[in-house]
Ligand binder design. Structure first.
Ligand code: NAD
Ligand code: ZN
Ligand code: ZN
Length: 401
């Protein structure tokens, strides 16, 4: 079958690879209809992580069940399913505590298991015609409808970025009336803003510099903040300060509380990418977004970080990243009494009710998708998505075209 293979930093190729087959009675083989390219692929693509050997990429996968192993009982040939990017066994210590991102059985050698990441277990990705799904009963989420119908993009995003965005709003404790700042308007940041609005936030600010992404922020009814126009923390304070309806509700002395209560990091560390050296101040500023959020969030507020901080990474260019050490102004966070949390998303915790919101058409996350392309276009799509050029906000590969 054809698959997208990472050959070297900044180089992917579409190649013929071996077809997957049922290896265990609990496996299923899925014929992929859609597979997303994700900001998480860029950590490998840009060479920020150790280079695995020729992995088939793709952890955001959906399709049609082609074949099931003899022990699979809840899905059958022909079912339409979406797969969480993390692979869980369903029965280990962590899976039974809602921590399917830390399954002990799926990757005994590391903290996580996912498709298309050599560091996260021996699982090939789904930017290919077919995919092997382990523990199919646990990992397949059944979907209504037909391949290519009007909900295909919305459903595909259940594999990662929609639950991840929702997870960010959980960590940041967004609730009705919340004030929210999201750093990053990539697929995750855009949907974190969208989920904040679903949860009833009063004000949502989203920081980035890419015009097409900031335009999507405005379209959904959130407030775009372009960090190339000055310190984003000060810009958000100024936007709030200049709104008489916000200041008009404040008592004397409260005007200094012009930050937000909920902050979301949807950027992650970018330090090895020399193209960001100017805006990030070089590798020693790897956690600059976290510093800015700690500055911006009001006392007793909450910071949720879903941007990836890879650690430890012996292949990283700077020492702190090699060791997985990032510097935070913790005393400031402590003084303010902030909660800080982060991590990989346990997709299974969220994907059922988010699917049901899509079915009821009360959530349509697919608005972030900018391109649908055949597998053969993957090399060019990776280049453009990575460069954040030409409106490449979210690319979906369609292996059956
Ligand atoms: P992306 O690379 O498309 O988005 C990142 C965005 O951040 C870009 O639009 C970029 O312009 C912007 N940005 C860069 N520096 C910035 C700064 N200093 N301030 C504000 N914005 C800045 O990727 P994505 O798909 O949206 O993913 C975002 C992050 O989330 C990545 O680190 C990805 O690995 C991570 N992620 C985590 C999980 C999880 O389980 N926690 C799941 C999916 C993705
Ligand atoms: Zn992803
Ligand atoms: Zn498990």
């Amino acid at each position: 079958m054809l698959a997208v293979v990472l050959k070297d930093a900044m180089t992917v190729r579409v190649e013929e690879v071996e077809d997957p087959r049922i290896e265990k009675p609990t496996d299923a083989i899925i014929r992929i209809t859609s597979s997303g390219i994700c900001g998480s692929d860029l950590h490998m693509y840009e060479g920020r992580t150790l280079m695995p050997v020729d992995p088939v990429l793709g952890h955001e996968n959906m399709g049609i069940v082609q074949e099931v192993g003899s022990a699979v009982v809840s899905v059958r040939k022909g079912d339409r399913v979406v797969l969480p990017f993390n692979i869980g066994c369903g029965t280990c210590f962590n899976c039974t505590r809602r921590g399917t991102h830390s399954c002990l059985m799926a990757n005994p050698h590391g903290p996580h298991a996912a498709y298309g990441y050599a560091a996260m277990g021996p699982y090939k990705g789904g930017q290919a015609e077919y995919l092997r799904v382990p523990w199919a009963d646990f990992n397949c989420l059944k979907l209504p409808g037909q391949p290519g119908d009007d909900l295909e993009d919305d459903f595909l995003l259940l594999s990662d970025v929609f639950p991840t965005a929702y997870h960010a709003t959980e960590l940041a404790r967004v609730q009705p009336g919340s004030t929210v700042a999201v750093f990053g308007a990539g697929p995750v940041g855009l949907l974190a803003a969208y989920c904040s609005l679903i949860r009833g936030a009063a004000e949502v600010y989203v920081v980035d510099s890419v015009p097409e992404r900031l335009a999507k922020v405005r379209e959904m009814g959130a407030v775009p903040v372009d960090f190339t126009r000055g310190d984003p923390v000060e810009q958000i304070r100024q936007l709030r300060r200049s709104n008489p309806f916000i200041t008009g509700a404040m008592r004397p002395g409260e005007e200094q509380m012009m930050g937000v209560m909920c902050g979301i990091d949807a950027v992650g560390y970018q330090a090895r990418d020399i193209r960001y050296a100017d805006t990030h101040g070089g590798p020693e500023r790897a956690a600059q977004v976290l510093e800015q959020l700690i500055e911006l969030i009001n006392p007793t507020g909450h910071l949720g970080s879903v941007g990836v901080y890879i650690a430890p990474d012996p292949g990283a260019r700077d020492e702190s990243t090699r060791q997985g050490l990032y510097t935070l102004p913790f005393a400031k966070a402590w003084d303010k009494g902030l909660t800080i949390s982060g991590g990989q998303t346990p997709v299974k915790r969220y994907n059922v009710f988010l699917r049901d919101l899509i079915i009821a058409r009360r959530a349509r996350p697919g608005f972030i998708v900018s391109h649908h392309l055949p597998l053969s276009a993957a090399p060019d799509a990776y280049r453009k998505f990575d460069a954040r050029k030409e409106g490449y906000t979210k690319v979906i590969l369609l292996p059956q075209t």
